[in-house]
Design a protein around this ligand. Structure first.
Ligand code: NAD
Length: 448
């Protein structure tokens, strides 16, 4: 169903990508994946292992605030559409809420709750002075014009009002959003605070263009952080990356930078997929040219130097590394049985279902969990926020050096915990994060 058809009912009757609207009348509704329940399961397992006090575990099992806004936007054809936006603030014990904004037709309250809580664990694991949040708008950003996208963003951030702020809740890009989205968000927020405060609120969003307070190195940071983890994993496992093969799902911000940076270590991208389908090139794709192509056309569809393959053939393609960098719940038991790789490094949040993860473990395929593997983005966002507060501009080398140290330190914390407690890496990441949060709760106690 097009989001911009002219025969729309009036705004009072219609919500963009309403939950009640079947996406196609021919397809039965897909069974719902309980992403929030899955993350709760990880929390429970880690809390048991870490000996987290029961009241702390209970507090952390739910977000502090769940904000849902409905806001009208005038579309290019003059009609007014009502959009639904979310901001879930999971925890702010260690610092301001922090997390991305997602624009996607499948955005739902439970998924955003899950993603917000993952941000809490991620920031705690990395030792950042941030809590966790996530948000988004339920619509397909590819179905609207650039001008409409700007108005959706501005109206969304305007309707969030004082629910975000540089010392309170700091959004960033995620699926379907980018530096341009953050530029519109910043401009909107700045225009609501009064002229004398404008410069003081530069840090209200991160992942901004460098021209307006963004940091050098943020665009590639999530991919860069993942590549630091893969390099460390390879060292520990005496696995020579040179000449190895990568299959990659998602060729947006995270995926394209992973392909480019792993390419610099001698790893070639042999199969790639996105929302339009999957392509293979046994000789290896030119990651840079493919990135340019996707930036121009919006997807990998029609890229001349690859042959189309099915999703099934993609997952069973012989390679060494698999990086999911699209959406959650992509690797279930079927995909996990099919994969012919040594390592799954989670660029996306929650790409493996627990059942899929069990199969990977049984088959001896290692997993670098999302909480660590894609934490480079929020870490560089922290550097951006610090620069904004201090009115500084760090060099790329400075950002890169700090990021590398932060990723390797966090990797060491995870690895050491897993070795000591004989648990898997995901549980270790959650447990390290929980220990930090539990200490803060025990020191501060519960008010009043
Ligand atoms: P993006 O919008 O830039 O790219 C998303 C990619 O996923 C696109 O290539 C899109 O075509 C593909 N995709 C969407 N639906 C798909 C489907 N059904 N099957 C296959 N591919 C599909 O988003 P991004 O910022 O690269 O984020 C990707 C993942 O990484 C998300 O899980 C996000 O939460 C996570 N992440 C992003 C950042 C960041 O800094 N951007 C940080 C940490 C984690």
């Amino acid at each position: 169903m097009s989001d911009t058809t002219s025969s729309m009912p009036p705004v009072s009757q219609r919500l963009a990508n309403d939950d009640r609207m079947p996406r196609s009348s021919k397809l039965p509704p897909a069974p719902r994946y309980d992403f929030f329940g899955v993350v709760q399961g990880y929390l429970d397992a880690a809390a048991k292992l870490a000996g987290t006090p029961e009241h702390v575990r209970t507090i952390l099992s739910q977000p502090k605030s769940e904000i849902i806004v409905h806001f009208p936007v005038r579309m290019d054809n003059g009609e007014v559409r009502l959009f639904k936006g979310y901001r879930i603030q999971h925890n702010d014990t260690l610092g301001p809420y922090k997390g991305g904004m997602r624009y996607h037709e499948d955005v739902s309250l439970d998924d955003v709750k899950a993603l917000a809580s993952v941000m809490t664990w991620k920031c705690a694991l990395m030792g950042l002075p941030f809590g966790g949040a996530k948000g988004g708008v339920k619509f397909n950003p590819r179905s609207v014009s650039r001008a409409e996208l700007s108005r959706v963003t501005r109206r969304f951030f305007h309707s969030l009002g004082g629910n975000i702020g540089p010392d309170y809740d700091i959004p960033a890009p995620d699926v379907g959003t980018n530096a341009q989205t953050m530029a519109w968000a910043l401009d909107t927020y700045m225009n609501t605070v009064g002229v004398v405060s404008k410069q003081a609120v530069l840090g209200v969003v991160t992942g901004k263009p460098v021209s307006i307070g963004g940091t050098l190195g943020r665009e590639k940071a999530t991919g860069q952080g993942l590549v630091h983890c893969v390099r460390r994993w390879a060292e520990l496992n005496k696995f020579d990356l040179q000449g190895k093969k990568l299959i990659l799902q998602g060729y947006g911000n995270v995926g394209s930078n992973v392909a480019l940076l792993l390419g610099q270590l001698g790893v070639s991208l042999v199969a790639v997929g996105d929302h339009t389908g999957y392509l293979v090139n046994p000789e290896g794709f030119n990651a840079y040219r493919l990135k340019q192509y996707v930036e121009k056309t919006g997807s990998i569809a029609g890229y001349p130097n690859g042959s189309a393959i099915s999703r099934e053939d993609f997952f069973s393609f012989q390679a060494d590394l698999f990086v999911p960098a699209a959406l959650e719940n992509q690797v279930g038991p079927t995909e996990a049985e099919a994969l012919q790789v040594r390592l799954v490094a989670e660029g996306a949040n929650g790409p493996c279902s627990p059942e899929g993860e069990d199969v990977l473990k049984r088959r001896g395929i290692d997993i670098l969990p999302d909480v660590l593997a894609n934490a480079g983005g929020v870490t560089a966002s922290y550097y951006e926020w610090v620069q904004n507060r201090r009115s500084e501009q760090w060099t790329l080398e400075d950002v890169d050096d700090r990021l590398e140290r932060a990723m390797l330190d966090a990797y060491a914390r995870m690895e050491q915990y897993a070795r000591n407690k004989e648990c898997d890496y995901r549980t270790a990441c959650y447990a390290v994060a929980l220990e930090r949060l539990a200490k803060a709760y025990l020191d501060r106690e519960i008010f009043p």
